[in-house]
Design a protein around this ligand. Structure first.
Ligand code: SF4
Length: 348
C-alpha cells in the first residue's frame, strides 16, 4: 500500500465544501470535487494515483500539495482467543494510537476507534488513563483509522464505536466532523444508528450533542452509584457529579428520544455489592436506558480485579427485577490488550 507522506495537507477528513474549495483554488473543473470525495469515502483508495477518473496531470497537480492521510499503520495483532484484531498507527508527530476490529459470525465487524492521543480523564481502571495526554486527533486521523481498516480487511463496517483511546466529547469538533463524514450517504454511508459515542460524561457536551440531531448512540460510563466511589474511580466525577451527569443524560433523552447505554465496569469489592445493584436500580429506574455490565479487563500494575461471573449474573437479576434492562458484555481481545480499557498504544 502506498501512502503519501510528508507535510502535505491530507485530503481525508475534508468534507465536500472543503474539497470544492481546493478544486476551485487549483482551477480544476467543479465536478472533480465529487469525484475526489467519492475516492476518499465511497470507494476509498490510499493513493491519489488510484483516482483513475482524474487525469494524470491533475493528479500530479494535487500530489504537489496534498496527500491522503498522515497516519501510517505500524503493526497489527490478532487475538488467539477471539476474533479481535488490533491496529497500531503512528501519527505524523510520532505518537501512537490504536483501533480494534471486533468480528462476529453473524454481522459485519464493529470498529473501535480512538479520538485522542492519551487521555486526560485518568480513570483508574483504564490503561489509556495511565498514559500522558498529548493532543486531540484531527478529523483526518479519526476517519483514516476506518479507511485503513476498510482497505486492509476488504470488509464492510458494521458498527463504529468511539471507545478507543481518549474522551471523544473533549475532542468535540473533530469527532462530530468525522461522524458526519462516516454518515454521509454519498460517502461511507455508515448509518447513524451504527455509530456510538462512549463518554465518561461531560454534561455540557452531552447537551450539545443532544442538539446536533445526528441520531447516533450515546453510551455513558457510569461505574458507580455514589459520588465517593465514582470520584475514586473516575476523577472527572469531582467536577461533574452523578446528579449533574444524569441531568444532562435526561436532557439528551428528552431531546432525542433515544435510549442511552450506561456502561458499568464491575470491579471486585469496589462497585459490585448487592447494595450497589439496588442503588443502580434506584438511580436508573424509569430512565430510557440499558446497562452494559463489563467484567473488568485487567491491566498491568492494577490493584483492581474483575467481579466473578456469578456476581455479575446476580447484578443482572437484581437490575431486571427492578425494571432495569441489563446485559453482561463479553470482552474480546484481552490476550492482545485490545479489550475495553486496555488500549495503551504500546508498540506491542
Ligand atoms: S475510560 Fe475513557 S475517559 Fe476514562 S481514561 Fe480511559 S479513555 Fe479516558
Amino acid at each position: 500500500m502506498s501512502i503519501e507522506q510528508g507535510y502535505k495537507t491530507p485530503l481525508l477528513g475534508l468534507n465536500k465544501t472543503e474539497i470544492e474549495d481546493i478544486v476551485k483554488s487549483k482551477g480544476l473543473e467543479k465536478y472533480r470535487a465529487s469525484q475526489i470525495f467519492s475516492w476518499l469515502y465511497k470507494t476509498p483508495v490510499m493513493d491519489i494515483d488510484l483516482m483513475t477518473n482524474i487525469p494524470i496531470k491533475e493528479r500530479e497537480f494535487l500530489k504537489k500539495d496534498y496527500c491522503l492521510t498522515t497516519i501510517t499503520l505500524e503493526k497489527t495483532s490478532d487475538s488467539k482467543s477471539s476474533s479481535s484484531k488490533k491496529y497500531l498507527f503512528k501519527t505524523r508527530d510520532n505518537n501512537f494510537i490504536e483501533s480494534v476490529k471486533i468480528s462476529n459470525h453473524y454481522a459485519a465487524p464493529t470498529i473501535c476507534i480512538s479520538s485522542q492521543i492519551g487521555c486526560a480523564i485518568k480513570c483508574k481502571f483504564c490503561a489509556t488513563g495511565g498514559i500522558k495526554f498529548v493532543r486531540n486527533l484531527t478529523a483526518e486521523e479519526i476517519i483514516s483509522q476506518l479507511i485503513y481498516l476498510i482497505q486492509l480487511e476488504r470488509e464492510m463496517i458494521g458498527n463504529v464505536v468511539f471507545m478507543g483511546m481518549g474522551e471523544p466529547l473533549l475532542n468535540y469538533k473533530n469527532v462530530i466532523k468525522s461522524i458526519k463524514l462516516m454518515n454521509d450517504p454519498q460517502g461511507l454511508k455508515i448509518g447513524a444508528r451504527r455509530i456510538t459515542i462512549s463518554t465518561c460524561g461531560i454534561p455540557k457536551f452531552i447537551r450539545n450533542l443532544s442538539n446536533e440531531e445526528l441520531g447516533i448512540n450515546l453510551a455513558v460510563s457510569l461505574n458507580a452509584t455514589d459520588d465517593k466511589t465514582r470520584s475514586f474511580l473516575m476523577p472527572i466525577n469531582r467536577v461533574y457529579p452523578i446528579r449533574e451527569l444524569l441531568s444532562a443524560v435526561d436532557y439528551y433523552t428528552k431531546k432525542t428520544n433515544r435510549r442511552v447505554s450506561f456502561e458499568y465496569v464491575l470491579i471486585r469489592g469496589i462497585n459490585d455489592s448487592i447494595k450497589d445493584a439496588k442503588k443502580l436500580v434506584e438511580i436508573l429506574n424509569g430512565r430510557l436506558c440499558h446497562v452494559n455490565l463489563i467484567l473488568l479487563n485487567k491491566i498491568s500494575n492494577s490493584k483492581f480485579y474483575p467481579t466473578s461471573i456469578e456476581r455479575a449474573k446476580l447484578f443482572v437479576e437484581i437490575l431486571a427485577h427492578g425494571g432495569v434492562n441489563a446485559t453482561i458484555r463479553k470482552s474480546k481481545g484481552t490476550d492482545i490488550s485490545a479489550a475495553c480499557g486496555q488500549l495503551a498504544a504500546k508498540k506491542f
